[in-house]
Design a protein around this ligand. Structure first.
Ligand code: AMP
Length: 418
């Protein structure tokens, strides 16, 4: 079923959203992008004359914690939706069930953080550090067992299920995947956001216009290794930037000073270089770096070759020659995937590389390329530089996007399609 085909009139919809928004110390929302992203779905349901039970997580609570209460976002949700939002202090229990049952067309009920229950993720909590394997196994089995009841209860609130939480689609959690089996095919669907995300990923995976260039930045090779290996089977050009640069430099005998470098990944870096060559993929690495004499925005800086960094200095961004080189590759591309900044973009003095990459992507997009930007930090980059409207698609998913591009089946997507 698609959301456009579905008429929500008189129906109660359980909508799983990703309202995991950043809050400041006074619980003010500092970036409401994720809430806005779910509005088209929520508004369609209300306009049809349906009612909504909203389920979400916020942060990574290990149990009930005021700090992670979704009540902090209720008022803003009311402003965005233009209707009053009811709140259930517990996503289980009597109150939630009664409020859900009483919902009238056009009404909205926000459930408390689903992750206040270990059953949402299905992972045991509070295990002693020295728990034996047996104990761990028993705890896991117990939470998996109670997860069934938890999921069934959530499903019982509604007539239909809508998943609009792409950010958690790679997790087989109660509300993101398991719940779907309580609804038949005609009563479960993606929300608009999820539909858009799935389409964008599909375009990058199955409708590739070449050349296809991926720009992978960020800090560590170890966290991106799987996606990098997988991309080698898909792309024509792979630009590797950010802190990962220096593991590659060191592996090839370069001097990296104090730059971030994973000594235990040097062989892996060499292996990736070899694989790229075998597959005919152009692996592009920085030739010059903006180096600093401390990890700070106010550090002294200079530009040096990326493989000849003086002792006591560290590479915190790419240099001008590299910016030009990367831009040339990007501008010659027809499909572009960007994940991860080229430097420590949180420091204003080390944003130039990421900005240059973003600008090159915008130019390529103007010339007809399809560009997909995803992963928290690259999204923060394009927003910081005001470039979001110039790229084809900005994904709300980090891990989910990368796993989808790796070709993995995302449980949240599979559960709707099954
Ligand atoms: P990731 O979460 O792996 O995508 O990494 C993003 C982080 O990588 C950002 O916080 C950047 O500050 C950091 N980063 C990028 N380039 C460097 C670098 N050259 N040295 C240290 N950290 C970096």
């Amino acid at each position: 079923m698609t959301i456009d085909q579905f008429n929500f009139a008189g129906k109660k919809a359980f909508v799983r959203v990703d309202f995991n928004v950043p809050l400041d110390e006074n619980f003010n929302i500092t970036d409401d992008t994720r809430m806005r992203a779910a509005l088209p779905t929520l508004k369609k349901i209300l306009a049809d004359g349906g009612s909504i039970i909203i389920g979400s997580h916020l942060g990574r609570p290990k149990g009930v914690a005021e700090k992670f209460s979704l009540k902090h976002i209720k008022k803003h949700l009311e402003e965005l939706l233009g209707v009053e939002v009811q709140f259930a202090n517990d996503c289980m229990g009597e109150e939630a069930a009664v409020k859900a049952a009483a919902l009238q067309p056009g009404e909205v009920l926000l459930l408390e953080n689903l992750r206040f229950y270990a059953e949402e993720e299905g992972k045991p909590r509070g295990l002693a550090e020295d728990a034996t394997d047996e104990e761990k196994k028993a705890a896991k089995a117990a939470v998996k067992e109670s997860q069934k009841e938890f999921t069934k209860k959530l499903a019982s609130y509604a007539d239909c299920y809508v998943n609009d939480a792409f950010g958690t689609a790679h997790r087989a959690h109660a509300s993101t995947a398991l719940i779907a089996k309580y609804f038949d095919k005609d009563n479960k669907m993606f929300g608009y956001l999820m539909e858009k995300e799935v389409k964008a990923v599909d375009k990058v995976l199955n409708d590739i216009q070449r050349p296809f260039t991926a720009i992978m930045g960020g800090s560590k090779v170890s966290s991106k290794i799987e996606i990098i290996e997988n991309l080698l089977n898909k792309v024509d050009n792979l630009i590797i930037a950010g802190g990962m640069t220096y593991t590659f430099m060191k592996a090839q005998g370069g001097k990296v000073g104090l730059s971030i470098c994973e000594e235990d990944k040097l062989d892996l870096a060499l292996d990736l270089l070899k694989k790229a060559e075998e597959k005919g993929v152009k692996l592009v690495l920085a030739v010059d770096s903006k180096v600093a004499d401390s990890f700070s925005n106010d550090a002294n800086t200079q530009f040096v070759p990326s493989n000849d960094i003086p002792d006591g200095w560290e590479g915190l961004d790419i240099g001008p020659k590299t910016m030009e080189m990367f831009a040339e590759v990007i501008k010659g591309s027809k499909t572009i995937l960007w994940n991860g900044p080229t430097g420590v973009f949180e420091f204003d003095n080390f944003t130039q590389g990421s900005r240059a990459v973003g600008e090159a992507i915008v130019e390529a997009t103007k010339n007809g390329a399809f560009s997909l930007v995803g992963g928290g930090d690259s999204v923060a980059c394009v927003n910081k530089f005001g470039l979001a409207s110039g790229v084809s698609y900005v994904s709300t998913g980090g891990g989910a996007l990368l796993e989808a591009i790796e070709g993995k089946v995302l449980p949240g997507i599979a559960a709707i399609n099954e």
